[in-house]
Design a protein. Structure first.
Length: 110
């Protein structure tokens, strides 16, 4: 219960109703316009003119928490396999799955 209290102190009251729940892994469009994915750590209740927001811990271990609006969540129907972000084995960054082989650090055979 202490963990939940700490989250409420940090991010405000929890939303009683939301489409996605705490602990759920989602794909979303970040504030920078990039496709990202992560786990919802808190669902903020609406406040004044700001609606529900998901506080998301991104899959990128170097990333900061993202605040995601419900409309920025990408549903499975919106993502094709080629558009999904995957970790590149050549540079360890995130690329769209269909672009990994074009990574500049790919040691292509000549």
């Amino acid at each position: 219960m202490n963990d939940l209290e700490d989250l409420a102190k940090t991010y405000g009251p929890s939303a009683p109703f939301s489409e996605h729940k705490r602990g759920e892994h989602i794909s979303y469009t970040s504030a920078e316009g990039l496709r990202s994915s992560g786990t919802i750590v808190w669902v903020q209740a609406p406040f004044q003119s700001i609606g529900v927001r998901y506080v998301v811990a991104p899959d990128d271990p170097n990333g900061f928490v993202d605040f995601v609006a419900p409309g920025d969540v990408i549903t499975q129907e919106d993502v094709t396999q080629d558009e999904a972000l995957v970790r590149c084995p050549y540079c360890n960054q995130m690329h769209q799955a269909n672009q990994v082989e074009q990574c500049p650090l790919n040691p292509k055979e000549v």
